[in-house]
Design a protein around this ligand. Structure first.
Ligand SMILES: *[C@@H]1O[C@H](CO)[C@@H](O)[C@H](O)[C@H]1NC(C)=O
Ligand SMILES: *[C@@H]1O[C@H](CO)[C@@H](O)[C@H](O)[C@H]1NC(C)=O
Ligand SMILES: *[C@@H]1O[C@H](CO)[C@@H](O)[C@H](O)[C@H]1NC(C)=O
Length: 242
């Protein structure tokens, strides 16, 4: 009897951590996300100051709008002053994501993002404690490309830049994280169903990540940025265990 039971394969079911209904209403959204950067603060490494007013949930879609502004106080990042030329939005998952030994996660969604100079939309994971880890599951740095990056240190990183066609259309992005050896985590990146890159992050397993969706401006994507509003939209977001 026991032997017979052992022959039955264990069903493996992914657990849904953030469901596809997350953007169906503001109350659904606020169950899973907070406004601004999840570590606290409204500025970071670019020319936008984030606020809640530039984040909208409508038609099962998250839309962040970057609006050109004048007269904002500058930001300070890494000891440098950064001019703030936009009001925009950032949202962070309330939950932290820690790849367990032998496990992983799948992050997926459909993204409408610009590649115009000075616009810097991103969908990324970054360390809760210290830095790295950081995995840029998708970022667009204003040069007609999408980038996928995994950092071992600030100067040792795996990166892949891919030409990004039809930015006015939605594109499916998927990133799968999987523990490889109890220490390192593999990250695989897909766009529109096609595998784009496979990276390994050193010592990522067991370290918690923030999940961030934000529309930074200028900074790494060049300046000056646009003089009109820019939007960044996400739908069908889902996070599951592997
Ligand atoms: C609402 O979203 C659907 C896709 O989910 C899209 O086809 C439709 O055009 C959107 N409607 C508006 C008003 O944006
Ligand atoms: C990062 O470290 C992992 C684990 O040691 C290694 O497999 C990977 O090749 C490293 N990445 C780079 C860019 O050296
Ligand atoms: C730009 O975005 C802001 C904030 O969402 C909005 O209030 C304003 O009407 C927009 N301007 C234009 C020209 O669409």
């Amino acid at each position: 009897m026991i032997a017979a039971l052992l022959l039955v394969p264990l069903a493996h079911t992914a657990t849904v951590l953030i469901p596809k209904t997350v953007f169906d209403s503001t109350s659904n959204f606020e169950q899973y996300f907070t406004y601004n950067y999840p570590w606290g603060g409204t500025t970071h490494n670019g020319g936008a100051r984030m606020d809640r007013a530039h984040v909208a949930i409508s038609n099962s879609t998250l839309t962040i709008t970057a609006q050109p502004v004048k007269g904002q106080p500058s930001a300070t990042h890494g000891g440098k002053q950064i001019a703030i030329n936009y009001l925009s939005g950032a949202v962070g998952a309330k939950q932290h994501f820690t790849v367990p030994k032998g496990g992983g996660f799948v992050f997926s969604g459909s993204f409408q993002a610009t590649t115009t100079k000075g616009t810097w939309p991103a969908f990324w994971l970054t360390a809760v404690n210290g830095w790295p880890p950081e995995i840029d599951m998708a970022e667009w740095k204003g040069s007609g490309k999408i980038s996928f990056n995994t950092f071992n240190t600030s100067s040792v990183l795996s990166w892949k830049d891919v030409t990004y066609s039809n930015p006015s259309q939605y594109h499916a992005i998927k990133c799968e994280l999987k523990d490889v050896n109890g220490k390192d985590t593999q990250a695989k990146f897909w766009m529109d169903g096609a595998l784009q890159a496979t990276h390994v992050g050193k010592d990522y397993t067991g370290k918690p990540f923030y999940l961030v969706i934000n529309l930074q401006m200028e900074g790494s994507s060049g300046s000056p940025g646009p003089t009109v509003n820019t939007t960044y939209s996400v739908r069908d977001l889902e996070v599951t265990t592997l």
